[in-house]
Design a protein around this ligand. Structure first.
Ligand SMILES: *[C@@H]1O[C@H](CO)[C@@H](O)[C@H](O)[C@H]1NC(C)=O
Ligand SMILES: *[C@@H]1O[C@H](CO)[C@@H](O)[C@H](O)[C@H]1NC(C)=O
Ligand SMILES: *[C@@H]1O[C@H](CO)[C@@H](O)[C@H](O)[C@H]1NC(C)=O
Ligand SMILES: *[C@@H]1O[C@H](CO)[C@@H](O)[C@H](O)[C@H]1NC(C)=O
Ligand SMILES: *[C@@H]1O[C@H](CO)[C@@H](O)[C@H](O)[C@H]1NC(C)=O
Ligand SMILES: *[C@@H]1O[C@H](CO)[C@@H](O)[C@H](O)[C@H]1NC(C)=O
Length: 369
């Protein structure tokens, strides 16, 4: 999926997430007093919409998509053009268009119906909606030379929405997502848990999973769907942890899960079939935060892409007692933790029922990936 996520955990189960990436030259001192968001790195607020889970899945997204369909069509066009420029035969998009609609029938739970509903409202064929999941290479395509930005990253900003999923007029969970995508990558259940998914690179990565799905292997779950299921239906941190550790998934991923008790927070490093590592907060022994970017924690980061060290450095500098939305936003505003791939920054406090997302910009000088 698009963008990379950096997730920072703090003891009070406040969880933070920035979509991020980098390279050495554009580092800076830990930022201060950036919160409340303002200035050149702040693009604006993320609008809220309610998704009514009491409606049939087909209808749930209609109101939102009525607002967002034109922007979504622009994005889908850009991606098609970029992919076709990259693989000029047009075969990839053609395969997606041809194979995916047939696949929808086999997608479990509410997802297939929700996607059908979105496709009908936007007039975008079903295949394209799923294509968003391939955008992890989209970043290597499409650089806008007029203002030094990534085409896809910029087009995702107006599609970014806060969602309040309700049953019986009561919030079940809240999430920040992109209009048109029914999986969830960033969300929380008030009072109970927070959950974010980070991309994890691997040689037998996401594409293989998607091909397997296409050719009939149905025992694995798409990573964004399992996250949505946990947000929608899990009733405890332990249950969520168990599901995220054990369910087979289509692509390697990091699940970052927070609970409502001190010490309930972990990063689950997943292969498609199994979990490699569950790394938990351990405040009694000084582990008061966990940082996860896009590399296994026991390995070095790619030398071109070390956001882990600056994030840790700034957290160390902040100290545990000074943690707050404001200081975490400062960390997530420090380049290269903030960079040109950053679409939004989310701050979550599970126990205080606070969840906010802010659209970001990273004006020059700022590293591109
Ligand atoms: C850069 O230009 C693109 C295309 O005109 C536009 O969509 C985007 O908002 C611009 N981004 C910034 C940060 O100026
Ligand atoms: C939700 O609230 C609306 C208006 O406030 C009301 O018309 C509707 O009946 C309520 N639905 C449920 C399931 O309680
Ligand atoms: C959550 O559980 C309900 C009731 O079992 C089910 O209908 C729904 O599809 C589930 N949602 C997801 C996203 O799996
Ligand atoms: C915390 O989560 C547990 C389940 O993991 C739940 O039973 C409990 O009610 C929650 N506590 C609060 C204060 O919401
Ligand atoms: C942060 O602090 C921990 C614990 O003192 C230390 O092990 C680590 O090297 C520090 N990291 C950075 C990047 O400063
Ligand atoms: C932590 O907060 C206190 C009180 O607001 C402030 O005096 C102190 O400078 C802060 N420490 C750091 C390292 O920012």
């Amino acid at each position: 999926m698009l963008g990379r996520s950096l997730l920072t955990w703090v003891l009070a189960a406040a969880v933070t997430c920035a979509q991020a990436q980098q390279v050495p030259p554009w580092t800076e001192d830990c930022r201060k007093s950036t919160y409340p968001p303002s200035g050149p790195t702040y693009r604006g607020p993320v609008p809220w919409y309610t998704i009514n889970l009491d409606l049939p899945p087909y209808k749930r997204w209609h109101e939102l998509l009525a607002h967002k369909a034109p922007v979504l069509r622009t994005l889908v066009n850009s991606i098609s053009n970029l992919v076709n420029a990259f693989v000029p035969s047009g075969k990839i998009m053609q395969m997606v268009d041809e194979k995916l609609p047939g696949l929808i029938g086999s997608i479990p739970g509410p997802f297939g119906e929700e996607m059908r509903g979105i496709a009908d409202v936007t007039g975008i064929p079903l295949g394209h909606l799923l294509h968003g999941r391939n955008m992890d290479f989209g970043i290597f395509l499409g650089w806008n030379i007029n203002n030094n930005t990534w085409v896809v990253t910029e087009e995702l900003k107006p599609l970014t929405v806060n969602l309040d999923f309700q049953r019986n007029n009561k919030t079940v969970f809240k999430a920040t997502s992109f209009a048109g995508y029914v999986g969830m990558l960033t969300g929380f259940k008030p009072g109970l848990l927070s959950l974010t998914l980070n991309e994890r690179f691997s040689l037998n990565g996401g594409y293989l999973g998607i091909l397997e799905w296409m050719f009939g292997k149905k025992n694995a779950q798409w990573v964004g769907f399992i996250t949505r299921s946990v947000l929608e239906n899990s009733t405890s941190y332990e249950e969520a942890k168990n599901i995220l550790t054990k369910t087979k998934i289509t692509a390697p991923a990091y699940f970052i899960l927070g609970g409502n008790q001190s010490g309930e927070g972990c990063v689950i490093t997943r292969e498609r079939k199994e979990s490699l590592d569950v790394y938990e907060l351990d405040p009694k022994h000084g582990r008061w935060y966990v940082v996860q970017t896009n590399y296994d924690r026991w390995k070095n980061t790619l030398f071109l892409d070390d956001r882990r060290t600056p994030a840790k450095k700034c957290l160390n500098h902040t100290t545990q007692k000074n943690l707050s939305f404001a200081t975490i936003y400062d960390v997530l505003s420090t380049k290269p933790v903030l960079n040109k791939l950053t679409v939004f920054t989310t701050l979550i406090d599970v126990t205080k029922d606070q969840f906010e997302s802010h659209l970001r910009d990273c004006p020059d000088p700022c590293i591109g990936w």
